[in-house]
Design a protein around this ligand. Structure first.
Ligand code: BDR
Ligand code: CA
Length: 309
């Protein structure tokens, strides 16, 4: 059986991805944070509070790496995720104990313990993973695989006309990851995630379940509708991170994908963070272009059939 690690920057859609993974009882062996939507320390605190909300403080949280050099956790992200990363909703806090070991060290330890059973779901910038690979270049071959939410291949970027947010936050790290060998490396780019939307009715269906922790989750998600006001008139939100999670756990089955090599533009300039794919049957990366069912349906079904522990 597989063991999952969520490396994330919560972040509203990261929160939704985590809630979904918990609801379907995914075996999660750790949650790590990385600078992106919020800084890494805040991200870890948010993860911890979400786990408390869902009664799962048994899952260890580690603090990952802050943004490298001149790449900052973009202020623009606070307009998408709110100042605290969770739509301004304050979650019950308690001791925010996060492990002593950093996310990269935790990942290296888990790889030794679980080997090819370990699967990483990365829904933030790839800073932690690049750090792991710098120390252990064969890391990607020793674990079972990694599913990354990131990249914009045939559509405009969402932070610049060229780049998607997770890649743009740390292009050098992303470049390192795609140049490394992995037993399986799957990318879920915004080309696909912007076609998997949650509408107000889907959200209402989750609200109607009348469970306090899901009501809190829905309040966090409310903010995301406002953030996407311009693009979706406040009626839809894209399920970036939940879709990557659903693909990783195979609730969403891949029905179309491109296999190839991915290049990440690291040079400073307007195209920094751009991702391009060159198809190659023996390539290192699988870029998902279609799955068998809407992510919104997966989420609603999962929350509906879950019970609080
Ligand atoms: C990605 O960027 C972040 O803001 C979201 O959480 C998601 O991981 C989408 O480009
Ligand atoms: Ca994210």
């Amino acid at each position: 059986s597989r063991a999952f690690f969520l490396d994330c920057d919560p972040g509203i859609d990261d929160a939704l991805a985590l809630a979904y993974l918990l609801a379907r009882r995914t075996p999660i062996v750790g949650v790590g944070s990385v600078a992106g939507n919020v800084d890494a320390r805040r991200g870890a605190a948010n993860a911890r509070r979400l786990l408390r909300l869902f009664g799962r403080l048994d899952i260890p949280v580690s603090v990952g790496l802050e943004a490298p050099g001149d790449d900052h956790a973009d202020d623009a992200n606070s307009s998408f995720h709110g100042r605290n990363g969770l739509g301004g909703v304050s979650l019950p806090s308690g001791p925010d104990d996060v492990g002593e070991s950093t996310t990269p060290d935790t990942l290296r330890r888990l790889a030794r313990t679980y080997g090819d059973r370990l699967h990483i779901i990365a829904t933030g910038p790839l800073t932690n993973l690049a750090h792991v690979l710098a120390k252990e270049p064969d890391f990607g071959r020793r674990v079972g695989g990694m599913t990354v939410m990131g990249g914009a291949f045939s559509v405009p970027g969402n932070v610049t006309p060229w780049a998607e947010a997770n890649i743009a936050s740390d292009p050098a790290a992303a470049a390192h990851v795609v140049q490394s060998d992995w037993s399986r490396l799957t990318f879920v780019p915004i080309d696909l995630t912007y076609t998997h939307l949650l509408n107000r009715e889907d959200q209402a269906a989750v609200r109607d379940l009348d469970r306090p922790e899901l009501e809190t989750l829905c309040r966090i998600v409310d903010f995301y509708y406002d953030a996407y006001q311009e693009r979706f008139r406040g009626q839809h939100i894209p399920l970036h991170d939940p879709l990557a999670a659903a693909i990783a756990v195979e609730d969403a089955r891949v029905v179309a994908a491109t296999r190839g090599e991915v290049t990440v533009r690291v040079e400073h300039g307007e195209r920094r963070g751009q991702t391009t794919a060159s198809p190659d049957a023996d390539g290192r990366v699988t870029i998902v272009s279609a799955v068998d069912r809407p992510c919104a349906q997966i989420l609603v079904d999962t929350f509906t059939s879950s019970r609080q522990r």
